[in-house]
Design a protein around this ligand. Sequence first.
Ligand code: AMP
Ligand code: GLY
Length: 424
Amino acid sequence: MNILLIGSGGRESAFAWKLSQSPLCSQLFIAPGNPGTAAYGTNVNLKVTDFEGIKAFALANAVNMVLVGPEEPLVKGIHDFFLNDEQIKHIPVIGPQQEGAQLEGSKDFSKQFMNRHNIPTAKSQTFTSETLQDGLTYLAGAGLPVVLKADGLAAGKGVLICLTLQEAQTELVEMLTNAKFGAASSKVVVEQFLQGIELSVFVLTDGNSYKILPEAKDYKRIGEGDTGLNTGGMGSVSPVPFADAAFMQKVEERVIIPTINGLKQDSIPYKGFVFIGLMNCDGEPYVIEYNCRMGDPETESVMPRIESDFADLLKGVAEGTLAEKELVISDKVAATVVCVAGGYPGEYLKDKTISGLENVRGSIAFHAGTYADGEEIKTSGGRVLAITSLQNDMFTALQQATLDASRIYYDGKYFRKDIGFDLI
Ligand code: AMP
Ligand code: GLY
């Protein structure tokens, strides 16, 4: 099977690492990939939203399956593009069509979906510029803190947790009438604040049956002790100790099964990943958000724990035979520490030469924001490398990933030294 993987981050590096181990995978192409993915397959210089370019490449290289990493091509309809084209409609795409991708692409759509299917989530109401006055009144009656969410994709920045009524009302006006997040905030979901501890649950589905992949915890804040600005993710751990069997059973019964059945009842075809961002509130699961893809940096901790042939699982998704496939998960613990660029998540340093990668011994160094400049590897993104270690126990995994992260050098390098230690 020739597989074309779309994307270029740490998540795609982890997918590429795992897929390259499959005997079913004859050729792996990554578009556009990065210097890390080049070790597991062939990078192809195509943008993730260049659908025509992707089509031409897939035809010229006898691609048998396309795996989509990031949300943008899914929300923009890459799967529909394939299905609507006679020449490529036979090539299965892993990742939902545009309608299913709305679970991530529109917070209002996903809240309506959850409410329709009785999936536990925070109480909310959606407002537009026409209903701004109602929104301001609603805020006055809502408890504090209160959460404002831009409806559309806003590069992870569209969620505001407001501590005072004045702040909430000012922000609602900013979002609805001054387009604070552009078109993404032309609708705003106002939501009750949930107190608890977060985790990420991942489901792979062929639209009929499903497999629950290893869960993970993601560390979003830039500073140690979970302080400072939100980032794309500074580290992850899998498994999550507080997601015990009793909790995961509630998640499966109250969230996963109603989600898969809800998609069917609503006639929304869905082949791909459902990423469920959950809050554990005193042992009860509530959905914070859905994403239509895997998480980053969660995937870097999830892939090493999957012992089964991942390409075979994806084949099951493509062919509708996922129920027949076996998913074996390792009991080991995976920890990921992300090395970021100086200044991130604000304006950050770029084009810095990376050294010390060869000193990473007890971990895998997944590339995220890197590029090759002749013989040198340089930094290009905010999140530069994801260092993942798989060990028998959590302490060793965390210690090893943190140690290996410290063995890498570039100007302005920063990483959190406390990832996961709160869970021990
Ligand atoms: P989202 O973009 O929906 O993932 O939201 C970003 C982050 O905001 C989440 O990871 C949570 O940490 C936080 N968040 C979102 N919704 C809520 C909520 N209802 N209560 C508490 N925290 C929330
Ligand atoms: N780590 C969170 C995300 O991928 O959205």
